[in-house]
Structures are given as structure tokens and as C-alpha cells.
Ligand binder design. Structure first.
Ligand code: NAP
Length: 317
């Protein structure tokens, strides 16, 4: 770990983000002697630090805690000389190479930039949700569904993610209720049909979750729901809450400089991490709206490192 005062003026590889994508890119570029610097960003470690047990990351037959997995990845990258700095990047200028990266008072130059700043799951904004995340509240059914065998669950949202996750969770749960703030789903027709046919799934319409009930030791016990049309408030018992109200890619500082899709995800050339700006690569959830898994993020972090290494070889002065 270095402090912002210890930053050099120029780096061959600057990495934005310290989730599995950024740290894998760091490991590979460090082993290639490219002396990478990783800006850990505002949610150091990324979404894995918001989860507890991770059982689907290969290599850990007994599972591993999300924060521990990230710590291990950081240590592994640092062992080969990668430097992490607990700071955010305020702005970048990609108009000329080397790129300019501004962090606090410092401006440094980057010969290549690997954007691995991830996506943040949208949350409801409740205090109880913040406290219980990883203790019965989750933003990833694929990651955490397995822990809710035989339990009753709710999913919040009405888009493809909520419906897909609701259906997926019926594999484990005794019952899943999807709570949606309107009386119409945004999800695609095919997913809706699948959900309506599933006898373990029901819908609570026109309703918002006002509070998640429970505590860190005992987990979730229920939700307090308000019907937005009638104003009626009710408590629903459940042992898990999945928030599926979308994600926001962390691409604000790159807007108008890199090609993005309409949802703000960075567009990469098929089968690579190459963006429309030569020397800038994107890896992990910031460019992946579909898979969004730690292992796919790590895989694309590796690809970004190899793409950056090749770019540096071809453009060395
Ligand atoms: P989304 O389409 O943006 O849907 C978000 C849902 O959450 C909406 O129903 C929205 O309600 C609700 N919502 C948003 N903020 C809320 C709040 N504060 N409180 C309560 N409800 C809230 O997000 P998504 O479902 O994650 O999908 C994102 C993209 O990925 C979409 O393009 C989707 O098609 C795609 N995707 C595709 C698949 C698939 O094809 N298998 C699977 C997953 C995702 P309103 O409807 O009232 O706005």
C-alpha cells in the first residue's frame, strides 16, 4: 500500500478499481514487470466486500469470505510489486497519450489505463439494508441463493434481474415473493411467463419495502411493506431479502471520453478488453452487464493485463 504522497509522476499501467478484475490485472501486469498502480476507489475491494461466504470461486473447496478473497488477491498482486493506493481518481484526460490521471492534488501520467471500476448494485437507501447486507440481505442471487435452502424470501424489483433471480431462488427457497412498486413488470414477456407459471413464486404489487427487520446475529426476520396506492402498511415474514433494482456502472469520470452503451457500460471490442481509445482497456462489471461474477471479472482482468502488455510492447518509445 502506498500513500498518495508516494505516487510517481508516470506509470506504465494505471488500474482503476480493486475488485477481482482490477486485482487480477494488477497481478498479471506486476508479474510482467510493468509496475502497476491500483487506485482502490470509493468501495475498495468492490462488491465482494459486501458479501460474506463465496462458494463459487474456484479453488476454495470450503468457500471463502468475500473480504478475505479480496485481501488474498491484493496480497498476491503486491507480492509481485503491484502498488495499491487508497484513493479515488477525480478525473482523467484520455485525449492524448500518456493519459492524465488526477487524484486529489496529484496529476500523474499513464501509458495505459485499465478501467476496472465495477458496477454498484442500486440499493433502497434504508439503514437496515446497510446493516444487514451480507447477513440476509443480498444483491446477488447467483452468489447467495444457495444459503437460503428451505427459507422464505423476498425479491425487490420488477425488471429482468428481479424476475430471473426470483425464479432462480425458487430452487432453494420454499417460497419467493417479488415486491414491485408498480402493478406491471418491466421484465421481458418470456421471463414474466416463466414466473407466473412457477407455483413457488408470487407477487406483491404496488408496494415498497420501508424497513428490513432483523439483526446481524440472527439475520433477516421480515420486511415492512407499504402499499403505495392504499397507504396500507404490513409486515411480511421472510429470512432473506434480495435487492434487484439494477446496477450503476462506475463510469462517471469517463463519460464523453470512452464509448459506452446507453446504460453507461463501457463498450469493448468482441473477445477482448480493448475500448475505442487505444491504450485504454476495460475489465469486469464496468463492461459486463450479463455475467457479473467474481470469476468472470477476474478472467477479464487477466485479459486486460495481457492486452495492455501487448499494447506497451507495440508502442514502446
Ligand atoms: P432494470 O431493468 O433497470 O429494472 C430495475 C427494476 O427495479 C425496475 O422494475 C424498477 O421499477 C425497480 N426499481 C428501481 N429503483 C427502485 C427503487 N428505488 N425501489 C423499488 N424498485 C425500484 O434493471 P435490471 O432488472 O437489473 O436489468 C438491467 C438490464 O439487464 C436490463 O437491460 C435487462 O434487460 C438486462 N438483464 C437481462 C436479463 C436476461 O435477459 N436474462 C437478466 C437480467 C438483466 P420500475 O419498473 O417502476 O422502474
Amino acid at each position: 500500500m502506498v500513500t498518495p504522497n508516494e505516487l510517481k509522476d508516470r506509470y506504465k499501467v494505471v488500474i482503476l478499481g480493486s475488485g477481482p478484475a482490477g486485482l487480477t490485472a494488477a497481478l498479471y501486469t506486476a508479474r510482467a514487470n510493468l509496475d502497476p498502480i491500483i487506485f482502490e476507489g470509493f468501495e475498495a475491494g468492490g462488491q465482494l466486500t459486501l458479501t460474506t461466504d463465496v462458494e463459487n470461486y474456484p479453488g476454495f473447496p470450503d468457500g471463502i469470505q468475500g473480504p478475505e478473497l479480496i485481501d488474498n488477491m491484493r496480497k498476491q498482486a503486491e507480492r509481485f510489486g503491484a502498488k495499491c493506493v487508497l484513493a479515488e481518481v477525480n478525473s482523467v484526460d484520455l485525449s492524448t497519450r500518456p493519459f492524465k490521471v488526477v487524484t486529489g492534488e496529484n496529476v500523474l501520467e499513464a501509458e495505459t489505463l485499465i478501467v476496472a471500476s465495477g458496477a454498484s448494485a442500486r440499493l433502497l437507501g434504508l439503514d437496515s439494508e446497510k446493516i444487514l447486507i451480507g447477513h440476509g440481505v443480498s444483491t446477488c442471487a447467483t452468489c447467495d441463493g444457495f444459503f437460503f435452502k428451505g427459507k422464505e424470501l423476498v425479491v425487490v424489483g420488477g425488471g429482468d434481474s428481479a424476475v430471473e433471480e426470483g425464479v432462480f431462488l425458487t430452487k432453494f427457497a420454499t417460497k419467493v415473493s417479488i415486491i414491485h412498486r408498480r402493478d406491471k413488470l418491466r421484465a421481458s414477456k418470456i421471463l414474466q411467463d416463466r414466473a407466473f407459471k412457477n407455483s413457488k413464486l408470487d407477487f406483491i404489487w404496488d408496494s415498497v419495502v420501508e424497513e428490513i427487520l432483523g439483526n446481524k446475529d440472527e439475520g433477516v426476520k421480515g420486511v415492512r411493506i407499504k402499499n403505495v396506492k392504499t397507504g396500507e402498511v404490513a409486515t411480511k415474514e421472510c429470512q432473506g431479502v434480495f435487492i434487484a433494482i439494477g446496477h450503476n456502472p462506475n463510469t462517471q469520470i469517463l463519460k464523453a471520453q470512452l464509448e459506452m452503451n446507453e446504460a453507461g457500460y463501457i463498450v469493448t471490442k468482441d473477445g477482448s478488453t480493448i475500448t475505442n481509445v487505444p491504450g485504454v482497456f476495460a475489465a469486469g462489471d464496468v463492461q459486463d452487464q450479463v455475467y457479473r461474477q467474481a470469476v468472470t471479472a477476474a478472467g477479464s482482468g487477466c485479459m486486460a493485463a495481457l492486452d495492455a502488455e501487448r499494447f506497451l510492447e507495440e508502442h514502446s518509445e
